[in-house]
Design a protein around this ligand. Structure first.
Ligand code: F1P
Length: 347
């Protein structure tokens, strides 16, 4: 896991090499008159769908959903037709629910696409079009593959918008997108800060963890929480930041750790009030942010100026490191979590 996190910049360069291919794929879809896009996956790959489709989801031109593969084929098929694209996301390319989602989508006339780290997988075979790259991971727990697939999907979104808003926003987003691998290299420098926080945190034996984020940082909160759960066997949940006030707030005082992920331009003013509110109750949340202004007594500053549209693959890195150092401080093996396999082949 550790080596793989550190290899993230190279993994992103591999994806960067696919930019032309992704743009061509987007134009194929637009030529079909696609007006609805579903991003589907399981576990970490589902969270890739949430973060990677964020720029598209908030745009009015294309109706966009991010769903667990199973929820998609069980409940959303009535929304699927010839003007729908379904993007399956999977590291292995063999996860049963994601394959089923793509098959069912094709039966209804939709165009089936996939993003995967396995070039010769079944998912590539059954999809109409694939973006596949050879980013390999030995660990069961996904790290650089989350980042690489998020990065690929984030290239897809602006290209799909290219014909809808005159292209100016798209041009800006794409030139920023090309900067992401370098930004990751910078962000990896927060490792020491994270390490200093993670070991004492593990010793505190918290009753649980709550990760909060909003928009793109909600995807990071979900994935950060899953990393901690998978590697450290702790109870952890993630929710949209302001949902915390609607019930979970009652847990404050029960040795539950609050981890907040915030990005400049994605509700950071509101998050700031939430932090004050939590601190007023005598609890110190831990904040991960790229905002210099956002105040919190325990804060990891993540040095990036990327816009919130592209922030998911970057902000996740310190949270992956947090899970790694938390897990190893507990004496556990981050690469082989009990009961987990690399992919789930049947349901
Ligand atoms: C998805 C996934 C992983 C998880 C577990 C089982 O696999 O849910 O996120 O860590 O090991 O598989 P994939 O579809 O991306 O290959």
């Amino acid at each position: 896991m550790y080596r793989e996190i550190k290899e993230t910049p190279q993994a992103l360069l591999e994806v960067k090499g696919k930019e032309k291919e992704i743009a061509e794929l987007a134009s194929v879809i637009l030529e079909r008159g696609v007006r609805r896009v579903f991003g589907v996956g399981c576990g970490t790959s589902y969270y890739v769908a949430i973060g990677g489709l964020y720029p598209l989801r908030k745009h009015p031109a294309i109706d966009t959903y991010s769903l667990p593969s199973s929820e998609f084929f069980l409940h959303y098929l009535p929304k699927v037709d010839e003007r729908t694209a379904v993007i399956g996301i999977s590291r292995s390319g063999y996860t049963a629910e994601t394959l089923e989602a793509l098959r069912k989508a094709k039966e209804k006339g939709a165009v089936a696409l996939c993003i995967t780290c396995s070039e010769e997988s079944e998912m590539v075979e059954i999809s109409n079009h694939a973006v596949a790259f050879s980013v390999e991971e030995e660990s069961i727990v996904m790290t650089k593959t989350f980042t690489a697939m998020s990065y690929a999907l984030l290239c897809f979104s602006p290209n799909l918008l290219a014909y809808t808003d005159g292209g100016s926003l798209v041009g800006e987003l794409l030139s920023e997108w090309r900067r992401v691998p370098k930004e990751i290299a910078k962000v990896l420098e927060v490792e020491e800060d994270v390490k200093h926080i993670a070991s004492p945190l593990a010793k505190e034996r918290a009753a649980g963890f709550i990760f909060l984020g909003t928009g793109p940082t909600y995807a990071v909160a979900l994935e950060g929480s899953l990393k901690l759960k998978e590697t450290s066997y702790v109870i952890s949940e993630a929710m949209p930041a302001l949902e915390f006030r609607h019930g979970p707030m009652a847990l404050l005082g029960e040795n539950v750790k609050i981890i907040i992920v915030s990005a400049m331009g994605a509700g950071d003013d509101i998050v700031s009030r939430l932090i004050l509110d939590i601190e007023r109750r005598g609890i110190e949340p831990l904040l991960f942010t790229n905002s210099e202004d956002l105040r919190c007594s325990k804060k990891v500053y993540v040095p990036t100026s990327l816009s919130c549209d592209l922030i998911t693959p970057v902000l996740i890195v310190p949270l992956q490191l947090l899970a790694y150092y938390h897990c190893t401080a507990k004496g556990l093996n981050p690469d082989r979590p009990r009961h987990l396999v690399k992919y789930v082949g049947k349901f």
